[in-house]
Design a binder for this molecule. Structure first.
Ligand SMILES: Nc1ncnc2c1ncn2[C@@H]1O[C@H](COP(=O)(O)OP(=O)(O)OP(=O)(O)O)[C@@H](O)[C@H]1O
Length: 263
């Protein structure tokens, strides 16, 4: 299902944070949302997963206004993996993952198919061994993977992820990105790691001060000029020797000989 952000404006306490943002995410593709701290990435995402209503404009899922759907319809359409983890108290991992089925059920016990779906999602996110552990005993990265499993069993048409690789070690970062790239799902993902974004995203959008600064393929967007102008960093961009995707080689800011010397 395709996702469209159309002339989206989002405000916080009367301050417009996201400005006139139009983005198309074709069905089954991965769009990466990048930008410096405070550029409005999380705020834009919150309008997509219905945590923050737009001031104006629309979020369209398969052409339907997401904000006009019932809560249950919306939860069957969009799942989110966010930075604000609700407190899961001492639910077990198995129970948290099963919560992903709530939008599809009237209540009662999970069916055999749903239990198999949960087991599969837990295997794919490498949390099977944590099944009986309480949420409060998990590390940040383990919790992140549990919440991804929960989002997967929700079987959404659209998956929205806010810095999903936070807390994850390298192996699990790559596993997570491979998983979302392979899933037959429309993905909008906020990432800070430019090289991971280049590796996994079909297209990249860059926000600056709440507005769209660039949009295109990783090749089109990740240029030395954009990294200088938007991110204020010096960098070389080279093709990955195997995939040809752009890789960003950052340059440390130059310091004078005395700067940076411990006193
Ligand atoms: N209640 C508020 N009133 C005014 N401005 C706010 C409010 N809450 C947040 N902001 C500001 O909105 C801007 C956008 O925040 P947002 O979290 O969307 O940025 P972000 O691009 O996700 O940043 P980061 O990369 O740091 O996660 C920030 O400058 C933030 O300080």
């Amino acid at each position: 299902m395709d996702l469209r952000l159309q002339d989206l404006n989002v405000a916080l306490d009367g301050v417009r944070i996201v400005r006139d943002l139009t983005l198309d995410v074709p069905s089954g593709s991965v769009l990466g949302l990048l930008g410096p701290n405070g550029s409005g990435k999380t705020t834009a995402l919150r309008a997509v997963y219905r945590a923050l209503p737009p001031e104006s404009g629309a979020v369209l899922a398969g052409g339907d206004d997401l904000w006009a759907l019932t809560r249950r319809e919306a939860a069957r359409t969009v799942a989110a993996l966010t930075q604000q983890h609700r407190t899961y108290l001492d639910f077990t991992v198995t129970e948290i993952v099963a919560m992903g089925r709530h939008p599809h059920r009237g209540g009662g016990r999970l069916s055999a198919d749903e239990r198999a779906l949960c087991r599969d999602a837990m295997a794919r996110t490498d949390v099977t061994h944590l099944a009986d552990r309480g949420a409060l005993t998990l590390s940040g990265g383990e919790m992140q993977r549990v919440l991804l499993a929960r989002a997967l069993v929700q079987r959404p048409k659209i998956l929205v992820l806010d810095e999903p690789t936070n807390h994850l070690d390298l192996r699990h970062q790559l596993d997570l990105l491979a998983l979302i790239a392979a899933a037959d799902i429309t993905v909008l993902v906020v990432l800070h790691d430019l090289n991971l974004a280049a590796a996994v995203c079909d297209r990249i959008a860059v926000l600056q001060d709440g507005a769209l600064a660039a949009l295109g393929t990783p090749h089109e967007v990740l240029t030395t000029g954009l990294l200088r102008d938007v991110f204020d960093v010096g960098a070389q961009v080279v093709p990955h020797p195997r995939t040809g995707r752009p890789q960003v080689l950052l340059e440390l800011p130059e310091t004078s000989p005395t700067e940076g010397t411990p006193k």
